[in-house]
Every structure is written in structure tokens, then in C-alpha cells.
Design a protein around this ligand. Structure first.
Ligand SMILES: [Zn+2]
Ligand SMILES: [Zn+2]
Length: 82
């Protein structure tokens, strides 16, 4: 078996293992929700008048989740779907 440049199994080497995770999503700009939706980060309801932003995939984040920066939660969910 070929070893990586670190003399490890390439599949086990943290440096050489292919990185499957996509780059962090780009969150959209904040906007005021004009309809009811569900936050893709915490499953809380987003109500008209709440601050929300696009999560970079196909959902929206509530004020609390959108504030945390590109979230591990959404990345994990996306990875699970791949
Ligand atoms: Zn390596
Ligand atoms: Zn949320």
C-alpha cells in the first residue's frame, strides 16, 4: 500500500485524507421575514417580523443561529445528506 508523505495510510492521515466537507456556506444578508418559516439551524419558528437570513443552502436561519457565523449544525446536516 502506498503511504502518504507523512508515512501514514492516506485514508487515516488527517493531513492527507480527502476533505469532503464543502467550504462554509455563505450566509445571505439579514432581512425581515415576511412569512412564517422554520429555522434550518434550530428548527425554531421564524415569524413575520423576525430577523432571518439565508443559510447558504436552501434554508433560512433565525436571528440566534444566523448570528453564530457559518454553523457546524448546517454543515453537519449537509454532510449527512451527501
Ligand atoms: Zn499525510
Ligand atoms: Zn435558529
Amino acid at each position: 500500500m502506498a503511504l502518504c508523505e507523512h508515512f501514514l495510510d492516506p485514508g487515516a492521515c488527517a493531513d492527507c485524507r480527502p476533505r469532503r466537507s464543502a467550504p462554509p456556506p455563505e450566509y445571505g444578508p439579514w432581512f425581515e421575514a415576511s412569512y412564517t418559516g422554520v429555522c434550518s439551524g434550530c428548527d425554531h419558528m421564524i415569524r413575520p417580523g423576525d430577523q432571518a437570513r439565508h443559510d447558504g443552502y436552501d434554508g433560512y436561519l433565525c436571528a440566534a443561529c444566523g448570528d453564530t457565523g457559518p454553523g457546524l449544525t448546517t454543515v453537519t446536516v449537509a454532510g449527512g445528506l451527501l
